[in-house]
Ligand binder design. Structure first.
Ligand code: HAM
Length: 449
């Protein structure tokens, strides 16, 4: 550890991780409320899984040759010798929970949702954090194409409720174990003949995970990619029919989708349907950076195109993780990315103080009595503001003014001894004195008016 560096700049959050300060909490809360409501409507139940899981869960589930497992996992060895990982995503843990708790014995499908922090050791850039929040929906134990469409509809509805406009859903089918191996062969053969023109990452992908070449964002690979074979032309009958049905549902639901034959996603567990959701205000950070003198370069624009949400079907995952064959489909959205757009498009106003009453005190005894009185208001569920740290009455009333409360309660030495309280109407300046035991009831009556 470089203690000199810490001494010089003080302690900071680790790179790519952020505090969620009070002014940002309302964004998370708003998204949470919308997601929770929609989850209830569509019959999803909430699940929380641990932040740490066995690293092997992701190696097997997400895939050893994916960026997430190969480069981005935070792993640690416990004192007891277990090899754990800070979860980089939520689908493998949900499947682990499904198997561990015997959910296959319950009526199917099992529909679960989550709202939680995840961790990936990413290069720090706009929209990419090392700790980020996702909400996700997973439907386990159902193979119907109606489910794929419902998952997409859920994300679409959430973004619509957040007032996002110009939403686009990109969709593709990446086949299954029947048709994908053959397509992979075709792809490898196509790219092998053009290997010298591929970027260095894609040269590696050609051996390890050729499908990922289709997802490459490097300028260099775009042209070669654009003429490569497309999986859609090589789906087996089952995958073809499933995809056709999903698209028919989307048409019926009037969801604005675009076919993207290069969409393969960065996780290995997908079969058949994959999708991502974008808004055309994709990357506010890149847009802000752009100016008439310095427009965003094409490369920046490509890199900047961050998905708000992504997901798909993963019919083979449960078996890979040691469970029974269980068809499943789901998706997850990045909350920080949503907030970035929200802040630009429709920033939330700070919540005004709910309290209509301010409790002011003067002197040691009065301060103790007001602490007691404050608790009485808590018991009665009447919101009250206070400034117990201040001694001057003038300073306290100034705060009451700023908060815009209707009434201030004033307790001085005399009132504390007499067991009374002064009620001051802030607008008229009129004051009255009431018995302390009656003040809560009296204030309830007054603020009800
Ligand atoms: P994912 O595409 O890796 O999928 O992540 C889902 C969303 O999380 C992305 O669309 C993005 O908005 C957000 N996200 C991902 N990485 C970061 C990051 N470093 N910083 C900020 N936001 C990020 C999954 O995680 C799958 N488990 C989704 C899924 C659920 N598939 C089926 N069920």
């Amino acid at each position: 550890m470089d203690t000199r560096k810490i001494k010089k700049r003080g302690f900071q959050t680790p790179t790519g991780m952020r505090d969620i300060l009070p002014e940002d909490q309302r964004y998370y809360q708003k998204i949470y409320d919308i997601v929770e409501n929609i989850a209830k409507f569509y019959g999803f139940e909430k699940i929380d899984t641990p932040i740490l899981e066995e690293a092997e869960l992701f190696a097997r589930g997400v895939g050893t040759t994916t960026d997430i497992v190969e480069k981005q996992m935070y792993t640690l060895r416990t004192k007891g010798g277990d090899w754990l990982a800070l979860r980089p995503e939520g689908t493998a843990p949900v499947c682990r929970a499904y198997i561990q708790h015997g959910m296959q014995n319950l009526p199917q499908p099992i529909k679960l949702w989550y709202f939680a922090p995840f961790f990936r050791y990413e290069h720090s850039q706009a929209g990419r954090f090392r700790q980020f929040w996702q909400f996700g929906f997973e439907t386990l134990g159902e193979q119907s194409a109606a489910i794929d469409a419902q998952i997409i509809q859920i994300f679409y509805n959430i973004f619509r409720e957040l007032k996002f406009k110009d939403l686009t859903i990109e969709i593709n089918s990446i086949g299954d174990s029947q048709c994908r191996p053959y397509f992979k062969k075709l792809l490898v053969s196509y790219f092998r003949h053009r290997e010298s023109s591929l970027c260095s990452d894609c040269k590696r992908r050609l051996r390890a995970n050729p499908l990922r070449i289709l997802d490459c964002k490097e300028e260099k690979c775009q042209r070669i990619k654009s003429q490569s074979p497309q999986i859609i032309d090589h789906l087996c009958e089952e995958c073809h029919n499933h995809f056709k049905e999903v698209l028919e549902f989307l048409d019926e639901l009037e969801l604005p989708y675009q076919l993207n034959p290069y969409l393969v996603r960065g996780l290995d567990y997908y079969t058949k349907t994959v999708f991502e959701v974008f808004t055309s205000s994709e990357n506010p950070a890149a847009k802000e950076k752009a100016s008439p003198e310095k427009p965003v370069s094409q490369e920046e624009a490509v890199q900047a195109k961050n998905a708000l949400a992504g997901g798909g079907r993963y019919d083979a995952l449960m078996k890979i993780l040691g469970g029974k064959i269980t068809p499943a489909c789901g998706g997850a959205a990045g909350i920080e990315r949503i907030i970035e757009v929200l802040k630009i498009k429709s920033p939330l106003a700070a919540k005004s103080n709910q309290a209509k009453i301010f409790l002011a005190q003067l002197g040691g005894l009065a301060k103790r009595k007001s602490a007691k009185l404050f608790e009485i208001f808590y018991q009665e569920n009447i919101p009250v503001a206070e400034s117990f740290g201040r001694d001057s009455l003038k300073a306290q009333l100034r705060i009451a003014d700023k908060l815009g409360v209707k009434y201030s309660l004033i307790l001085g030495q005399k009132e504390a001894l007499d067991k009374t309280v002064i009620i001051r109407d802030m607008a008229s300046g009129k004051q009255e004195t009431v018995k302390m035991e009656k003040v809560a009831r009296e204030m309830k009556r007054k603020i009800k008016k």
